[in-house]
Design a protein around this ligand. Structure first.
Ligand code: BGC
Length: 851
């Protein structure tokens, strides 16, 4: 029997509201008896119809949708045995191009001029009368700031930090909430608290505030349909009241929150909200993000009294907030909660690593039993301390907050330390998918650093259904690309002007995200559309790279990109030189390698898109850069000036050496690694590639020795000292669990939740398990494990656009035994350890060979 196993619109199985005139539908089939799809018909309730064969996605290209309308999408399919199946999903259009009846409102009396902090929280309120029987009721809302809506005393929706983080000057999302169940006949109490969030609050380590507006503003419509056929819109306007005396006394993404539970919305003083003149004119679209929600509730495992405070340990570094269920308290009783990732030697929380972020909650109790969940902040922590209430009077859990992205991949092998490494990679992923891909969730950053996701996107796409989340971020990447072609180091740039003096300068490896992230989506999901859409942006970026490379040199030096090191990150956080300036000094190597990689990748993308002339142009450019790197920096495969791991890894990874030079370069790299006791010596640029370069070129043993090394700095050193997430620095923690003092000139730049070095995940899945993409979206894939270390078995799986690939292998009784489930419409090329090759098609396969 054939069935439709998954059917999504815009990446969602349900509750999709969209303003996209061309939404994307994705689906795949499964069949119990391995029948295959013969043909299918996709229909929409507006009459749109499309005949399909074995496609697994479709971009709607039919007539314009109507606003505020529910559509039904049906896929009906027939297999080659004549069996039929069908599935229907629903989605709704948002406002499309219809204008807002709601007006932007604010507290006109609030002059917020303080620097470095977030504004007071505005509380908007309106009593709404419902006199007729309600058929449908929806709130459409957005804000400059972040908001929480309460209707009749209960939170509307389950998402946090809406409207989400976008490049507000360009793009702003609104949300749609079905409130039919919450709205009642008679008088309703609508309360909206709006905090500063990213748009108005203090953000970025410089703590700039008011980046997008001088104060918060709210835009809302409550749209009601009655059973008698009439309709009503209650818009945000001057009939709303506003107050600065609500229970949220303070709220800031970095600093935390102060909530006074004694405050009664009926007893504070209000004045009339005023209309706000908006300086920004962003495109306001129905939410296309993945909501930040409570992914799981985490219990604590240990409570200890430390210097008059109660210290709780969740035994897992996570991003989110705590939830307090206070069993008994007196009005005015103050509870203070601090958060940290690691402890100091005396058992106190290490708060220094948070830098200026206070990460503190202050909760002022009312009488009796009560619950508290912070709303306008989140933290990265494993430990908290609580003051002001003893453990017997409060139940404490942590809410793990993360963008709602389905976890679609799994990995488990016979080496428990590698399994923990994989778990750490997953945790750091979820902890940093907070509406945008961030660098870390704890200190005063949490920014959309482009370099981090650029190297992590392939690993992320193996484990998670990343397309909706990354596509949303890419909207801002496109909006924020500079005219010069360069990309800000953080997207949204958000008042962070770096490089301040040279805003037009392209930055190697970080800017590369404009190519690498769309390409990762193309590879993992077969998303040709994203490649097409980003192609002009990619060309502009490579042009900018070339411009900056060309500007200060003649001859071959025109392809050596050596703009002043200060403006690049170079071999960022490489543990072999413990100085930021030394990482940056290596930028001529990393930047030149970046130009090679980007021009080479762009040539490949041009070939996919059939842009023959471009392809030839970028191939030529990448050849010139290759020649420059090799002849300027190396001689006979040896680095002339400074030998360092990344200096060899990048030209090897990007195919720059030939013949004997390549052999020599590999030997030189291996010699460096051996001298370094198989410890890692690469920064962000080299880390994703080092194991591949070794394992794919005959040095599998060296790759495994590095990967399985537990001496610092290494991936498994982290695991050996109890790490539960990936760290910014491989040796950031001492064996006693405290932080290694940082002397590298970055101040306290030591995060224990940074996914970038977790890019090694790609090696676990594609080399240890051996699952490799051959054609985009796994239409064709290969299984070719690289055996080594002490690994005797692996089980892994990932969800492809065609269905789930389950793969496991084990070494048993002198045999190598492999099991794979090949999805419908895909083919799999297996290369067994004895060199034997097989091509497999749809179905479950078990094969074996002698070891
Ligand atoms: C961030 C990084 C980022 C880097 C750029 C750091 O402060 O945490 O992950 O990519 O700066 O140099």
């Amino acid at each position: 029997m054939i069935s439709i196993a998954r059917f999504t619109v815009e990446g969602l199985k349900e509750n999709c509201v969209t303003d996209n005139p061309h939404p994307m539908f994705a689906f795949y089939y499964e069949s119990e008896d391995q029948s295959i799809i013969d043909h299918a018909i996709f229909t929409l309730s507006n009459g749109y119809k499309k005949e399909l064969k074995d496609e697994v996605s479709l971009i709607y290209d039919g007539p314009k949708f109507d606003a505020y309308t529910r559509y039904e999408a049906t896929l009906a399919a027939v297999d080659n045995k004549g069996n039929e199946t069908s599935k229907t999903i629903y989605f709704e259009t948002g406002k499309l191009s219809s204008s807002w009846e709601g007006k932007w409102i604010t507290d006109g009396s609030y002059e917020f001029t303080d620097k470095g902090i977030s504004p007071r929280i505005m509380t908007f309120r309106k009593k709404v009368m419902m006199e007729k029987e309600i058929k449908e009721a929806k709130i459409y809302a957005t804000a400059i700031g972040v908001y929480r809506i309460d209707l009749n005393g209960a939170k509307v929706g389950n998402a946090f930090l809406k409207p989400g983080f976008t490049s507000y000057a360009n793009n702003l999302m609104y949300q749609v909430y079905d409130v039919k169940e919450q709205l009642k006949n008679g008088q309703n109490d609508l309360v909206v608290n709006v905090g500063g969030g990213w748009a108005v609050g203090a953000f970025v380590f410089t703590r700039v505030n008011r980046v997008y507006a001088a104060r918060q503003a709210l835009l809302l419509e409550l749209r009601v349909k009655y059973t008698d056929g009439s309709e009503e819109v209650i818009p945000s306007d001057t009939s709303f009241d506003v107050s600065l005396e609500g229970p949220y006394v303070a709220g800031d993404l970095y600093d935390g929150e102060c909530f006074d539970a004694r405050v009664d919305y009926d007893k504070i003083s209000y004045h009339k909200a005023s209309l706000e003149t908006m300086k920004l004119q962003p495109k306001i679209m129905a939410d296309y993000s993945s909501d930040i929600v409570v992914n799981r509730e985490m219990p604590h495992y240990e409570v200890k009294e430390i210097n008059g405070k109660w210290r709780y340990d969740f035994k897992q570094n996570l991003a989110g907030v705590v939830h307090l269920h206070i069993k008994k308290a007196k009005a005015g009783q103050k509870i203070i909660v601090h958060h940290a990732e690691v402890l100091l030697k005396d058992g106190e929380l290490n708060l220094d690593l948070l830098r200026t972020a206070k990460c503190t909650l202050e909760y002022i109790c009312k009488d009796g039993e009560q619950d508290y969940t912070p709303e306008f902040t989140y933290m990265g922590f494993r430990y908290i301390t609580i003051e002001g209430i003893a453990p017997e009077h409060v139940d404490v859990v942590a809410y793990h907050l993360t963008s709602d992205i389905e976890e679609t991949g799994a990995f488990k092998c016979s080496n428990e330390m590698l399994n923990q490494l994989d778990s750490n990679i997953r945790w750091s992923s979820r902890n940093n998918f907070e509406d945008i891909p961030t660098d870390c969730p704890q200190r005063d950053e949490r920014m959309g650093w482009t370099g981090d996701i650029s190297i992590f996107a392939p690993t992320a796409s193996y484990n998670f259904q990343m397309d909706r989340f990354l596509r949303k971020w890419l909207v801002d990447v496109k909006s924020e690309q500079l005219k010069s072609g360069s990309l800000p180091n953080t997207v949204p740039i958000h008042g962070y002007g770096f490089p301040a003096t040279m805003p037009k300068m392209a930055i190697d490896f970080w800017g590369d995200a404009i190519l690498t992230v769309p390409y990762a989506l193309y590879e993992a999901y077969g998303d040709l559309d994203i490649l097409k859409s980003f192609y002009p942006n990619m060309k502009k970026y490579v042009k900018a790279e070339k411009f900056w490379a060309n500007i200060w040199g003649v001859g071959k030096y025109r392809y050596i990109w050596h703009t002043p090191a200060l403006f690049h990150f170079g071999d960022w956080v490489s543990p072999d030189v413990d100085q930021m300036s030394a990482w940056q000094k290596r930028s001529k190597y990393t930047a030149t390698a970046s130009l090679r990689r980007c021009s080479q990748l762009l040539a490949h993308i041009a070939s996919i898109l059939g842009e023959k002339e471009d392809q030839a142009y970028y191939e030529k450019l990448s050849e010139k850069v290759k020649d420059a790197y090799v002849s300027v920096f190396t001689s006979d495969g040896k680095l002339k000036k400074e030998e360092f791991q990344t200096g060899y890894v990048l030209p090897l990874a990007f195919d720059m050496f030939e013949g004997q030079d390549k052999e020599n370069a590999l030997k030189n790299l291996v010699a460096l690694i051996e001298k370094n006791d198989y410890c890692i010596g690469t920064g962000f640029p080299g880390t994703p590639y080092i194991l591949f370069v070794l394992a794919d070129n005959g040095y599998e043993d060296v790759a495994y020795k590095m990967l399985l090394n537990t001496k610092a700095p290494s991936w498994l050193y982290n695991v050996s000292v109890g790490g539960t997430t990936i760290w910014e620095k491989f040796d950031g923690m001492l064996a006693d669990g405290t932080c290694r003092p940082s002397k590298d000139g970055t101040g306290n730049m030591v995060s224990f939740d940074h996914y970038a070095s977790g890019s090694v995940g790609e090696f676990l899945y594609t080399r240890i398990a051996g699952l490799r993409i051959v054609e985009p979206g796994y239409k064709k894939f290969a299984i070719k494990p690289v055996l080594g270390g002490d690994i005797t078995s692996v089980e892994t799986s990932t969800l492809t656009p065609y269905g789930r690939i389950n793969l496991s292998w084990k070494k048993e009784e002198g045999q190598f035994k492999l099991h794979v489930d090949v999805p419908m419409s895909t083919t799999c090329q297996v290369t067994l350890p004895n060199g034997e090759e097989q091509v497999l098609t749809y179905g479950c396969h078990d094969i074996a060979c002698a070891l």
